[in-house]
Structures are given as structure tokens and as C-alpha cells.
Design a protein around this ligand. Structure first.
Ligand SMILES: Nc1ncnc2c1ncn2[C@@H]1O[C@H](COP(=O)(O)OP(=O)(O)OP(=O)(O)O)[C@@H](O)[C@H]1O
Length: 290
């Protein structure tokens, strides 16, 4: 990935370039805090990030450093700003007229809210999977190929890229013989894995997931959870979940938001669930609040 990719949505004549990879060279200058170790590099950083819908403040001066190639869970009671935070990472809030953002969201050295950043290009680097599976009314193959097409990467080996994405999404084995059937004919869990395949086909750096398993049964949920852990070997995953057991099971880091869009605590998941610093977080984790 390069800064230039964020600045232009049209300059995708990148056939001669390797696929975007995390940890891109040349982007570390502005994020070089001197504290990033070789094992844990910050890929996303919110600096004093506030989001408003009209007069209402949904996120309150959030500071957070999200490490690369790990699963970061975002938890907290309903209405505390979890989805708003997630959507602020790839500027999905731009699509809400009343939304207004203060502060910075730095992605690999670039403030995504800088005037010259193209949100469409940004969303190619930071993909998203939503709560309800939302495949297009197209074939399985075309669903996955869609992301490649939009990015101008639908060259000769689309089929191979489609198969690779389906394999990464742990779906290939189940659909190998029906790639031309409608994505809508799959089960809910399969549809969600299809949406994950669609999100990873263009090879983003980050995958944002907004309660990706909340509409699924326990078996399908378990498959998605296994998949998320595997995806973190290659991608940086940020997942909003209402399910604290799920956060505890699959995430490396956990961010706890509480009422008013305040990020109260962010730490290793084990620490958050076993020995949180803040009483309010403990109350929330133990069910006394929220
Ligand atoms: N499009 C919008 N327009 C106006 N207000 C909004 C919009 N989206 C969210 N809000 C408000 O912003 C606050 C935070 O909402 P958000 O959806 O981010 O919370 P959440 O923690 O994800 O909630 P939930 O767990 O219920 O999904 C809430 O008060 C909500 O009503």
C-alpha cells in the first residue's frame, strides 16, 4: 500500500505492482513513535477522535492505537458508539449527512480525514463486513469478483483470485461445484463467509466487522470465529461485538466503550476480562452495568 493509493481512486494501473501488503515501506515516517516493536506495529491510530450526529456526540475524544495483524474487539453497551467508531475508520460516516468528525484517524501514517484522501480508495484498503450477510443477487463467483472488478484487478486470473478468497474465507470446499449459482441460495453462515471472501478478494490491509455473527446460529458462529482468528494472520481485524464471550475467545486486544462514546479502557483481552483497571469496565464485564 502507499499513500498515493489513498489519494487517487482512478490511478489503479497497478498491474506492475505487487498486491498491497501490510507494513508497507515508506509510510512509517509520520507514525514513527519509536515504541513500535517488530512484533506489534500500530496500523490504525485514533487521535482525539470525536464524532457527532448533528448536535449529539457519539464518540468522545477517542485515543487508541490498534496493532497490525491482530484481532481487536470493540465492546460496550448499546448506543455507546461502537459502530460509529468502526465506521469512522474507513469513513463510512461520510455517507451520513449529519455526521461530523473532529480529530484524526491515522492509517499507516496517513490521516484518513485529510482533504486529499479519497474515501473510495481508502475503503479498498479497509474493507467491511456487516451484521447481516448481504451478498449481491449474483453468482458466488461474481460476488467475490466484484471487489476485484471495482479495483480494476479483474485481469486474467480472476478465477484464481476468486478461489483463493473463497478458500481464505473457509468456503471453497462447500461451494466449489456451484460457483455459478446465486450467492443468495447459500445458508446464512455461508452467505456471511461469502461476504468475507468478497471483502478480502481485493487484498485489503484491514477488515472491519460489525457484529458479523449476530445473525447466525451457534455452528455458523463458531466457523466465523475460527475464520476471524485465521484472517488475523494476514489482516488487521477490528470487530464490534455484543457478545463478550466472543470477544474473549477471538480477540487479542479489547476496547471497552461506555456511555457517551467514551473509550474507557483498551488493553490485552486477557487483562480486560481478568483484571480491568476501571471499576466501570469490571461492572460492565460482570454484567452489573449495560
Ligand atoms: N445515522 C445516525 N444518525 C443519527 N444518530 C446516530 C446515527 N447512527 C448512530 N447514531 C447515534 O449515535 C450513538 C452511537 O450509536 P452507535 O450505533 O455507534 O452505537 P453502538 O454502540 O454501535 O450501538 P449498538 O450496540 O446498539 O449497535 C447513538 O446515540 C445513536 O443513536
Amino acid at each position: 500500500m502507499s499513500n498515493e493509493q489513498l489519494l487517487s481512486s482512478e490511478s489503479e494501473s497497478s498491474d506492475d505492482q505487487p498486491a498491497p501488503v501490510s507494513g508497507a515501506d515508506g509510510l512509517t515516517d509520520s507514525t514513527d513513535t519509536g515504541e513500535q516493536s517488530t512484533t506489534e506495529r500500530t496500523l490504525l491510530e485514533a487521535r482525539d477522535l470525536s464524532v457527532y450526529y448533528g448536535e449529539e456526540q457519539a464518540l468522545d475524544s477517542v485515543d487508541i492505537e490498534i496493532p497490525e495483524q491482530q484481532v481487536t474487539a470493540v465492546i460496550g453497551p448499546s448506543g455507546c458508539g461502537k459502530s460509529t467508531f468502526l465506521r469512522s475508520i474507513n469513513r463510512m460516516n461520510d455517507l451520513v449527512d449529519a455526521a461530523h468528525v473532529d480529530g484524526e484517524l491515522v492509517f499507516d501514517g496517513t490521516n484518513v480525514y485529510a482533504d486529499d484522501v479519497d474515501p473510495v480508495a481508502l475503503r479498498r484498503q479497509i474493507g467491511m463486513v456487516f451484521q447481516s450477510p448481504n451478498p449481491f443477487p449474483k453468482s458466488i463467483r461474481d460476488n467475490v469478483a466484484y471487489g476485484l472488478r471495482v479495483q480494476g484487478k479483474d485481469d486474467g486470473d480472476v478465477d484464481e483470485k476468486v478461489r483463493t478468497a473463497l478458500e481464505q474465507a473457509a468456503l471453497l470446499e462447500e461451494v466449489e461445484d456451484q460457483l455459478d449459482s446465486s450467492g443468495l441460495d447459500l445458508s446464512g453462515g455461508q452467505q456471511q463467509r461469502l461476504c468475507i471472501a468478497r471483502a478480502i478478494a481485493p487484498d485489503p490491509d484491514v477488515i472491519l466487522m460489525d457484529e458479523p455473527a449476530s445473525a447466525l446460529d451457534p455452528v455458523a458462529t463458531s466457523k466465523i470465529e475460527d475464520l476471524i482468528e485465521e484472517l488475523a494472520e494476514e489482516y488487521t481485524v477490528v470487530i464490534v461485538t455484543h457478545n463478550m464471550q466472543q470477544a474473549a475467545r477471538i480477540s487479542d486486544k479489547t476496547a471497552v466503550f461506555l456511555t457517551g462514546g467514551e473509550l474507557v479502557e483498551f488493553d490485552d483481552t486477557d487483562k480486560i476480562f481478568e483484571n480491568p483497571e476501571h471499576d466501570r469496565v469490571e461492572d460492565y464485564i460482570t454484567g452489573k452495568f449495560g
